[in-house]
Design a protein around this ligand. Structure first.
Ligand code: SAM
Ligand code: DTB
Ligand code: SF4
Length: 334
């Protein structure tokens, strides 16, 4: 009997329970995760988002992994907020290449109200191109979240990044509670929540379990859960960190799928350094969303050609904008 039922989603995960999932034999963990995945989604459909950095570098935050922080000396070319026409051109291009969501990221601690006016124009314009919109602009007040909602923003990305215990080793300029507050403002405004984390920072397995517990125990599961694998960038404090065992990355995806059965789990940053076989295992373990396009924000992503071929080889198809996300076998036949 498959473990998943349409019984209420759980919000009471303990770190011990999640850590115990990580400890399972690999085949047992993947079988459980895939069974849950199949009960909630069409296992051969993947949501495709394209990223654009609308304001790059010179960020006042000190996130240890990030090439855009002003605290680190990296080769990132700093840019002011992009003009609207460039954003529209990039969105059209993303749509033409098959993306259904366009995610715009700005290296800010928090937008000013004037900056918000400008990005709101971008949300409106990108929506008229027939794309879902996502933004990640740093922290938001409740009022700012409401303004973005009124402009029609579909998703807001703001990650918890790691466990509450490990977080302070990586970021000192913004607290875990700051992040939870922003997520609450986004949720209360009625915008879909995109929140996940980053692994390969030198955290322990228990930290990865605790991160997933924080996400799953939010009052509502994030609709989208990006799992990033650290892309090491020269000049950041985390360059040179021992690499995470790739199979541990797959386990993280699988535990995310089990803990948040109805969320899209995004195989996010780090695909550029993953083999096709590793990505295939991640899709089997429950990942069903990717960033598509040659660049993430500042670092490389697999080429569009490579990803198109990978989709063909795996028999995967992109989710169309407007298609219902969850295509549960039982719901479809009920
Ligand atoms: N500046 C905004 C903020 O942090 O609120 C949004 C953009 S920020 C780049 C979004 C997320 O990207 C981070 O929370 C982190 O999880 C991920 N990220 C940043 N740099 C990364 C790197 N070098 N490798 C992998 N993921 C990274
Ligand atoms: C997320 O979780 N990952 C994306 C998106 N949200 C904004 C960003 C990944 C950034 C990787 C490093 C870079 O390209 O600068
Ligand atoms: Fe700034 Fe976001 Fe990078 Fe942190 S992750 S330094 S907030 S751009």
């Amino acid at each position: 009997m498959p473990e998943h039922t349409h019984a209420a989603l759980r919000h009471d995960w303990t770190v011990d329970e999640l850590a115990a999932l990580f400890e399972l034999p690999f085949n047992d963990l993947l079988f459980r995760a895939h069974t849950i995945h199949r009960a909630n989604f069409d296992p051969n459909t993947v949501q495709v988002s394209t990223l654009l950095s609308i304001k790059t570098g010179a960020c006042p935050e000190d996130c240890g992994y990030c090439p855009q922080s002003a605290h680190h000396d990296t080769n990132v070319e700093k840019e002011r907020l992009l003009p609207l026409d460039e954003v529209i051109a990039a969105a059209r291009n993303a749509r033409a290449h098959g993306a259904s969501r366009f995610c715009m990221g700005a290296a800010w601690r928090q937008p000013t109200d004037r900056q918000l006016d400008e990005v709101i124009e971008m949300v409106r314009a990108v929506k008229t191109e027939g794309l879902e919109t996502c933004m990640t602009l740093g922290m938001l007040t409740a009022e700012q979240a409401e303004r973005l909602k009124s402009a029609g923003l579909d998703y807001y990305n703001h990650n918890l990044d790691s466990s509450p215990e490990f977080y302070g080793n990586i970021i000192s300029t913004r607290t875990y509670q700051d992040r939870l507050d922003t997520l609450a403002h986004v949720r209360d405004a009625g915008i879909n929540v995109c929140s996940g984390g980053i692994v390969g920072l030198g955290e322990s397995r228990r930290d990865r379990a605790a991160l997933l517990g924080q996400l799953a125990n939010l009052p509502k599961h994030p609709e989208s859960v990006p799992i990033n694998n650290l892309v090491q960038v020269e000049g950041t404090p985390l360059a040179g960190t021992p690499k995470l065992d790739p199979l541990e990355f797959v386990r993280t995806i699988a535990v995310a799928r089990i803990a948040m059965p109805e969320s899209f789990v995004r195989l996010s940053a780090g695909r550029g350094e993953m083999t096709d076989e590793l990505q295939a295992l991640c899709f089997f373990a429950g990942a069903n969303s990717i960033f598509y396009g040659d660049k993430l924000l500042t670092t490389p992503n697999p080429s569009e050609n490579h990803d198109r071929e990978l989709f063909v080889r795996l028999g995967l198809k992109p989710l169309e904008n407007g298609e219902p996300g969850g295509a549960c076998e039982r719901c479809a036949t009920a």
